[in-house]
Ligand binder design. Structure first.
Ligand code: SAM
Length: 258
């Protein structure tokens, strides 16, 4: 198995890969939401909602300790919050790109921001690297990541770090893109590799980010390999559920009891 992690253009090692990813997301943060919804024709909203329904039992527990890692501008965090009962423990929403996180805070409410003042459930922002979480070992009941895991500089290290902070029996949910096979895959590849980067460039004015997207999905391990990595990193009940012909999918797993 050769899989290690994301390799943005120009990166020579894990530190430079992480830096390039962070700088890229900071640079596209102002246009990120618009581009996301345009490029996915709003299907991304269905994926977030479908993913949170799968983990609704934990979300319904008001005391559950939950981390949304790679939360970006916070749309997954908002989908998670919708299923939290009033007065629940706040969700932790973490990302290492400050510009993305700042936009997220406006939606999910840090201290003194909208949702919190209205007495609703809210999320606490945390500027942190997924590979080095500033959290106690065995402290979380659930970790969720939507379209962020693929960008980690080392996938195995990410899974191990999530394992460290999850309680035994804690749940992991990773929503990620994948490359569908067959005719759908061929048609989608044309859109993903040619049309999408051109639209991204037109709206965003930056060439790199939306060429990186298809490249990063192409080099992300296919579901079988990803499930193997999860098992090897100490998870059980590992499963992948494809969404929309396998364009995206939800990985779920449970941290094995020791
Ligand atoms: C494609 S965005 C996804 C944002 C959001 N979860 C969503 O569904 O729209 C990926 C996010 O992952 C973050 N990210 C990538 N690598 C990270 C790392 N090592 N630690 C923390 N955040 C990371 C990026 O900064 C970016 O905000």
């Amino acid at each position: 198995m050769t899989t290690i992690g994301a390799k943005p253009p120009g990166a020579s090692d894990e530190a430079s890969a992480a830096r390039a990813v962070r700088e890229m997301f900071d640079a596209i943060a102002p246009q990120y939401d618009l581009l996301n919804h345009v490029l996915s024709a709003n299907v991304d909203r269905l994926w977030w909602r479908r993913a949170v329904r799968r983990i609704q039992t934990i979300l319904a527990d008001p005391g559950a300790a939950i981390l949304d890692i790679c939360c970006g501008t916070g749309d997954m965090t908002m989908a998670l919050l919708k299923l939290r009962p009033p007065g629940s423990r706040p969700i932790l929403a973490a990302d290492f790109a400050r510009e993305m996180l700042n936009r997220g805070v406006r939606k999910f409410g840090g201290p003194g921001v909208g949702a919190r003042e209205a007495g609703q459930t809210y999320a606490v922002p945390l500027e942190a690297d997924a590979l080095h979480l500033p959290l106690r070992s065995e402290s979380l009941d659930l970790i969720v990541s939507a379209f962020g895991f693929r960008n980690l500089a080392n996938y195995e290290a990410g899974l191990r770090e999530f394992h460290r902070v999850l309680k035994p029996g804690g749940q992991l949910g990773i929503l990620e893109f994948s490359e569908p096979g067959g005719m759908v895959g061929k048609a989608y590849a044309i859109y993903f590799r040619r049309v999408l980067p051109a639209i991204g460039r037109a709206i965003c004015g930056k060439a790199g980010a939306y060429s990186y997207l298809p490249a990063s999905v192409g080099s992300f391990p296919p579901p079988d390999e990803m499930l193997g990595l999860m098992r090897a990193s100490g998870y059980e009940q590992c499963a992948w559920q494809p969404y929309t012909f396998g364009i995206a999918g939800l990985y779920t797993a449970r941290r094995a009891d020791i």
